[in-house]
Design a protein around this ligand. Structure first.
Ligand SMILES: [Zn+2]
Length: 167
C-alpha cells in the first residue's frame, strides 16, 4: 500500500475517537498508521536493500502484539486512562497498517510459528519500475477509495465544527 495508509489511519482514528469519547490523539493515530514504513528508509539507506521490506520486525504482527500488551498493561497498572486511550488509538492503527499491507504485500501473521508471508492478491511484475506494478493494479482502487473516503470525512468534520461554532 502506498497512498492509502494515512487516509485509512484518519478514518480509523476518527471512528475510535467517537467510540472512546475523546477528540484527542489524532496525531498518535496518524503516526501509528504510517510508522511501520520507516523500514523503507532503513531498506534504502542502511541495509543496502538486502532484506525485503516487510521482513523487518516492524512489519511483523507478533512483535506489535507484545509491545501493545506490555504498554497497555503498564498504563493499566499506573491507572492512566488517557494513556490507555492514546495507546488503543496508536496500536489499532499499527494493526490496520499491517492488515492493509496484507492486501498485496506479504505479512508474516503467524510468526514465530512460521515465517511464511501472507497476502490476499498477487501483483505481477509487469513494469520495470516496481511502483507502477502496484499503481496500475486494480487493487490500487482500494487506496483511491480510502483517499476519497477520508477527504469526505475530513470536510464533514470541518463543516460540523464550524456550524457548532456559529451555533
Ligand atoms: Zn507497510
Amino acid at each position: 500500500m502506498f497512498i492509502g495508509h494515512l487516509p485509512a489511519g484518519y478514518i480509523l482514528t476518527k471512528t475510535l475517537q467517537k467510540k472512546l469519547g475523546t477528540s484527542k490523539y489524532l496525531f498518535f493515530g496518524l503516526l501509528g498508521s504510517v510508522i511501520a514504513d520507516i523500514d523503507i528508509l532503513y531498506f534504502y539507506l542502511i541495509d543496502n536493500r538486502q532484506n525485503l521490506h516487510h521482513g523487518y520486525w516492524i512489519h511483523i504482527p507478533f512483535y506489535w502484539m507484545m509491545i501493545t500488551l506490555v504498554t497497555i498493561l503498564f498504563f493499566w497498572i499506573l491507572k492512566k486512562k488517557d494513556y490507555i486511550i492514546a495507546s488503543i488509538i496508536f496500536f489499532s492503527n499499527i494493526f490496520l497498517h499491517l492488515f492493509l499491507d496484507t492486501i498485496v504485500g506479504k505479512v508474516e501473521w503467524l510468526y514465530p510459528l512460521t515465517d511464511k508471508g501472507y497476502y490476499l492478491f498477487d501483483v505481477p511484475a509487469v513494469y520495470d519500475f516496481w511502483v507502477w506494478n502496484f499503481v496500475f493494479h486494480w487493487t490500487f482502487l482500494f487506496e483511491v477509495g480510502l483517499v476519497v473516503w477520508a477527504v469526505v470525512l475530513f470536510v464533514k468534520s470541518k463543516t460540523e465544527s464550524s456550524t457548532n461554532k456559529t451555533l
